[in-house]
Each structure stands twice: as C-alpha cells, then as structure tokens.
Write a protein that binds this ligand. Structure first.
Ligand code: RBF
Length: 208
C-alpha cells in the first residue's frame, strides 16, 4: 500500500512571489501550491509572501532564508510580523541544517519562550516579467536571475527559479496553465520537493 505522506511530508517550503501581472502570478502560485500538496507538503508548512515586483525577489528570498517566519502556532500575529531584522538572530550555521528534523534539536534545546522558526527546505521565487518598450525587462531579468542564483549558493538552500520572462501576456498566460495549458508552477513545486529531499539526503553524505 502506498504511503499517504508523500516525499514532502517533513519539508517546509516558502513561496515568494511578485505582484506585477497578478492574474498570471495567481495561477502560477495556485499550480505551485497544488503540486506541493500533492507531494505531501503540509498546508501549514507552505508559507507564501508577496513583494512588489520581480526585482525584489532576491532580497526577499535572502531575508526569508536568513530568518524564517515564526510558525503560526507560536505566533499569534502571523508570519509577516516575524520578518524583523534577521542578522540579529540567525546565522549561516542554521541554514546549513537540512531542514525541519535538525531544527527540532534547536527548538527543544531552547527556552520554552523561544519562537519556533523552522528553516526552509527550499524556496520558490515566482515573478512574471513581460517585455515592454524600454530596457527594463532585460535589466530586471538579469539582476533577478543572478540574484536568485547567488542567494541559493551563498546560503546553501535550493531556490527554485519561477521567473517567467515572456514577450507578451499571452505567453505568460499559456505558461501559467491558463487557457487549459500546462502550469509551470506545478514543475516548480515538484522541483522544490525533490531538491528539499535531496538536500537532506546529501547532508547525510548519501547520494542514492
Ligand atoms: N516587475 C515584474 O515583476 N514584472 C514586470 O513585468 C515589471 N515591469 C516593470 C517595468 C518597468 C518600466 C518598471 C519601472 C518596473 C517593472 N517591474 C516589473 C517592477 C520591478 O520588478 C520592481 O518592483 C520596481 O522596479 C521597484 O524596484
């Protein structure tokens, strides 16, 4: 009998998305959530945060990874209020932990007042850049992709590249699964789970 848990059952995954081109973004986020849930990631372990535009994604991802939001059961005011300044309380050592199992040691060894801040297993950055008449598209696409690559290598946490760079709205709608086509968000959810699991396995020195 197959397990109901799924590979993502012990992962904590963040989705950070831009607000430009909201309709397409909403479809991409919905597809991503759907595939995370289908892979066994628990609803309460999917944290979603938005930023104004794609250019803000690398900064938000870096902040989120440096200081994961306090878990809702321990945080009556919700995750956003937990995004305080991060360097004060987080260290790179925390981020090298493969995910929630390593965190439990941190939680249980701390005082009972310590907020529960489980590190993310992976983070998915979602934005939609539509080419316009000026050079903004090129600059934002370049800066955002390099920023996202830098942050995942600097912090050692998988950052899934959910940035669509399209020539027009129609192309964006097609890739978001609107008009009945395949939603790329589903691939991003699967990639986050695969990398989150592999990161845990690799951290244990195993490569099977
Ligand atoms: N952000 C996006 O996520 N997608 C876009 O298509 C997009 N186009 C932009 C076009 C122009 C001319 C400007 C000025 C900004 C655009 N942004 C877009 C917003 C950008 O990512 C960022 O939020 C702002 O530049 C503020 O830092």
């Amino acid at each position: 009998m197959s397990s109901l848990k799924g590979p993502g059952s012990n992962l904590r995954i963040a989705i950070v998305h831009a607000r430009w081109n909201t309709e397409i973004i909403s479809a991409l986020v919905a597809g991503t959530r759907k595939s995370l849930l289908a892979s066994g990631v628990k609803e309460e372990n999917i944290i979603v945060q938005d930023v104004p535009g794609s250019y803000e994604l690398p900064f938000a991802v870096q902040r989120f990874l440096m200081n994961p939001p306090i878990e809702s059961s321990n945080n009556p005011t919700g995750p956003i209020s937990a995004v305080t300044d991060l360097l004060s309380s987080a260290s790179l050592t925390d981020l090298t932990a493969p995910g929630p199992p390593a965190f439990s040691a941190q939680a249980s060894s701390g005082s009972s007042k310590a907020p529960l801040k489980t590190p993310f297993s992976a983070i998915i950055a979602i934005g939609v850049l539509i080419k316009g008449e000026t050079m903004h598209f090129e600059y934002i696409a370049d800066a955002t992709s390099h920023g996202l690559m830098k942050v995942q290598l600097d912090l050692g946490v998988p950052v899934v590249f959910g940035l669509l760079t399209v020539l027009n709205e129609e192309q964006g709608r097609a890739r978001a699964g609107m008009d009945g086509k395949h939603c790329h968000g589903e691939d991003w959810g699967k990639a986050a789970v695969e990398l989150g699991v592999k990161r845990q396995v690799w951290a244990e020195g195993s490569f099977v």
